[in-house]
Ligand binder design. Sequence first.
Ligand SMILES: [Zn+2]
Length: 380
Amino acid sequence: MKTCTVREHLLPEAAVGTERKLISVHFGQAATGRKVYIQAGLHADEAPGYLVASRLIELLHKADAAGEIQGEIIVVPAANPIGLSQWGTDTIQGRFDDSDHINFNRRYDELAGELAERLKGKLSDDARTNVAAIRQCAGEILESRRPATEAEALKHLLLTLSHDADIVLDLHCDHQALLHVYMGTALWPDGADLAAQMGAAAILLAKDSGDMPFDEANSKLWWDLAGKFPGVPIPPACLAATIELRGVADTEAPYTALDAQNLYVFLQRRGYLAGEALPLPELAALATPLEGVDYLKAGSAGILTYTKQLGDPVEEGEVVAVVTQPLQNAGQGEKTPVISKTAGVFFARSAERFARPGKIVGKVAGARPLEGKGSYLLTF
Ligand SMILES: [Zn+2]
């Protein structure tokens, strides 16, 4: 018997006469207590994730028809109907909410503080019971909260769908990039099979990246609570990761079909789908701290030329790109180098070739935490 159901969730109207909806596709049985949540398009202008999610849903329908879903799997193939509607000068702008300029992948509900208050005296020396109690309490807290705006209602809805999952995967992409993964430090090396299966060229770990992106809203509460209740066992019970599916233009079938297949095999290996998973590939990269990523910034306005290709190893002090200021030297141009502060893998770069001072034009994953990073480790 097929288990798939499609649910429609209406967002509150943001303006008179407007109402947007979100679709979640549910496979398997919630009663199993084993749950996976996958979404795409939270940054609505990042194209590859939609195709990977659709292809994965296609594969899950086949598995469902064969009775091979083991657990509950929810896929939200288009997580941000607000961002999808934001078009300006014929270009989609789906990273920030037009109404308040807040990033759709920041400022999710922080639950650990209220959870700690509510759970005082209620946890035991049994980790499984604690996990169940924390998930139930998190659900109650979310149910009690009343988001004020349409975007807050969207974030609340996504977290309500995902908060009690064992695995949460948020599909994004960068400008031009190799596939890379962000996850919590406490989730490593448990999450190494995900990074290996996806072929991640960089794996970036952080305990707290600074502004509560969606994946951390699901995972960080576990190590926050473990810190607040040191006497009882609280495991990092949600493997949440942000997967950057290469660059915005990487929508070709060889990439998207491969990524969907790799997600499927990962879930199969984890026991959410029947059948024997293919052998686990070797990790393509070492995990490095998010604090070790050098966000390469242009020092002047001009035209960008990269001297390094994605995947190239970079030494500290090495030139990765040059910015040409075309009006200098009586129009002959003057070149300013963009230099890496770390040694590591050059894994992402800008999709456009115009620079201005301070613009991030590339990312190098280094093993050494960089000084002066502060508490905000992500790009804005
Ligand atoms: Zn994104």
